[in-house]
Design a protein around this ligand. Structure first.
Ligand code: HEM
Length: 528
């Protein structure tokens, strides 16, 4: 019906005008003024200058001129979908969080997958960590698990994040991305940062070239807390396990796919959801208490360490299903704002120094990226439960407090008085005991940078080990500075001697550089 209502007439320049009528709506300006002609600027005379009073022209161009917002400073290239989380069984012993209280309870979810280093227009098959960010619209507010597809991270302290990302992204003078070309800055930084060696093993493995976003795991990385109604806290690590299984491509395939179809991953996810083949992940928890954590010879607050699943198995607690593509990429995928700080009653932080820094960084960057403090009013970011704040004004305020009261306490009763705090339902921070001297010092418990790297490498099959060796040879062969190649091999000698020899051979590096000094520097060394 809509089609037949659309009349087509030719304009006096020969251009096609499709006109409104019947069910075809009338085009308007943003002020709602019906538009008669959307193709010809208002001019003085037939060939004459354009008239400044052409408000429709000015509005159309002005809006177009302002379409771009800054891309994310990391994880710029992403793809997202809607779905739900379904809880398997009550977890009330562990957490008071509402979404875990009933069997079969469903919570709406929005999940954005991303690469980290590439800009918005980069290829899907880059060798890179993948972001796995989950927003759960719970009945007690939004809870974001802002994770990656690798369970550890490069650095132990958030202070180093800008350096890591500067080194990984384009070099500031030449500006071209480091992906398939020179890698000197990235490997320079990594080779000077021994704490990154465990992560290096994971990123050189096939995990960083997934076959599809549907075939990869997700991890919350940090230790978090769950807190039950009695106020008892347990440590947890979050795992997303794909029901589709795990699959990667090999490097040759990645290069070809990136050349032939740089949108391969997003197309795969879109197509699977459109055809009803909904991808699913199980949420698993590693659950342990602080006493148990003290038995490990590493620190559970160190984000460069995993907790071995043989020691603390992953308990499945629910499933995540993605069953709806977005209506609009910009409105949802681009404007969504995940933040590690978005937690709900029953979930809490630990002192992982990377997590503490992240809790500052996300909101800060989003204030700029999304243009001010009211980005929570954008539908994709707004909670789906009732919410009432006394915050007001600022750019783009859509939801100022209703009525007279924008402060509390106040003398106005009932609805007129506005919202009030609620000690029963409200969020209480876990009252952890904290004390100590103010200082800048990495704890001794964070000092072993090689053992878990070694455990990861030797846990791989022979084929997978060969892929890691080949990836290191390929990557380091793009490094022009021989001293950086040698410094990397000297770290590899602390991980696995055969790996170090294989990489040195591939790089024609002879003699084998001596092993890196694995001893932790003392304060005295640092002062000297
Ligand atoms: C995105 C900072 C570590 C996962 C971002 C963004 C920033 C940031 C500024 C852009 C956010 C936006 O514009 O909306 C940091 C800092 C880190 C850190 C300072 C360490 C100190 C991590 C780690 C993980 C992670 C360890 C994984 C566990 C993500 C994901 C996104 C992201 C998945 C993309 C979210 C989305 O899809 O919109 N990070 N990050 N980041 N980060 Fe981190």
């Amino acid at each position: 019906a809509a089609k037949s209502d659309r009349k087509t007439v030719k304009g006096n320049g020969g251009e096609t005008h499709q006109t409104a009528g019947g069910e075809v709506p009338t085009l308007t300006t943003k002020q709602g003024v019906p538009v008669a002609d959307d193709q010809n600027t208002l001019t003085v005379g037939e060939r004459g200058p354009a008239a400044l009073e052409d408000f429709h022209f000015r509005e159309k161009l002005f809006h177009f001129d302002h379409e771009r917002i800054p891309e994310r400073v990391v994880h710029a290239r992403g793809f997202a979908a809607h779905g739900y989380f379904e809880n398997y069984a009550p977890l009330d012993k562990l957490t008071r969080a509402g979404l875990f209280q009933k069997k079969g309870q469903r919570t709406p979810a929005f999940v954005r997958f991303s690469t980290v280093a590439g800009n918005k227009g980069s290829g899907d098959l880059a060798r890179d960590v993948r972001g796995f960010a989950v927003k759960l619209y719970t009945e007690e507010g939004n809870w974001d698990i802002v994770g990656n597809n690798i369970p550890v991270f490069f650095i132990q302290d958030a202070m180093k994040f800008p350096d890591l990302i500067h080194a990984a992204k384009q070099e500031p003078d030449r500006g071209f991305p480091q992906a398939q070309t020179a890698h000197d800055n990235f490997w320079d930084f990594i080779s000077l940062t021994p704490e990154s060696m465990h992560m290096v093993m994971w990123i050189m493995s096939d995990r960083t070239i997934p076959r599809s976003l549907r075939f990869m795991e997700g991890f919350g990385v940090h230790s978090f807390r769950m807190v039950n109604a009695k106020g008892e806290s347990t440590f947890v690590k979050f795992h997303w396990k794909p029901k589709q299984g795990m699959q990667s491509v090999v490097w040759n395939e990645a290069l070809k796919i990136n050349g032939a179809d740089p949108d391969f991953h997003r197309r795969d996810m879109w197509g699977a959801i459109e055809s009803g083949d909904y991808p699913e992940w199980e949420l698993g928890l590693q659950i342990f208490d602080e006493k148990f954590a003290e038995k490990f010879d590493f620190d559970v607050l160190d984000p460069t360490k995993i907790i071995p699943e043989e020691e603390v198995p992953v308990t499945p607690v629910g499933r995540l299903v993605l069953n709806r593509n977005v209506d609009n990429f910009f409105a949802e995928t681009e404007q969504v704002a995940f933040c590690t700080q978005n937690i709900v009653p029953g979930i809490d932080f630990t002192n992982d120094p990377l997590l503490q820094g992240r809790n500052f960084s996300y909101l800060d960057t989003q204030l700029k990226r999304l243009g001010g403090p009211n980005f929570t009013h954008i539908p994709i970011n707004a909670p789906k439960c009732p919410y009432h704040t006394l915050q007001q004004d600022g750019h783009m305020a859509m939801e100022n407090p209703k009525g007279r009261a924008n402060y509390e306490p106040n003398s106005w009763g009932g609805a007129e008085g506005g919202p009030r705090e609620n000690p029963q339902r409200g969020f209480h921070s876990y009252p952890a005991e904290e004390a100590g001297t103010k200082q800048r010092l990495r704890p001794e418990s964070f000092s072993d940078h090689y053992s878990q790297a070694r455990q990861f490498f030797i846990s791989q099959t022979e084929v997978e080990q060969d892929h890691i060796t080949d990836a290191l040879v390929f990557e380091l062969s793009k490094v022009d500075t021989v001293a950086i190649r040698a410094r990397m091999v000297s770290h590899l000698r602390n991980i696995d001697e055969d790996l170090a020899k294989g990489v040195a051979k591939g790089l024609r590096l002879s003699p084998l550089p001596r092993a890196a000094d694995a001893a932790r520097p003392t304060r005295q060394d640092l002062k000297a």
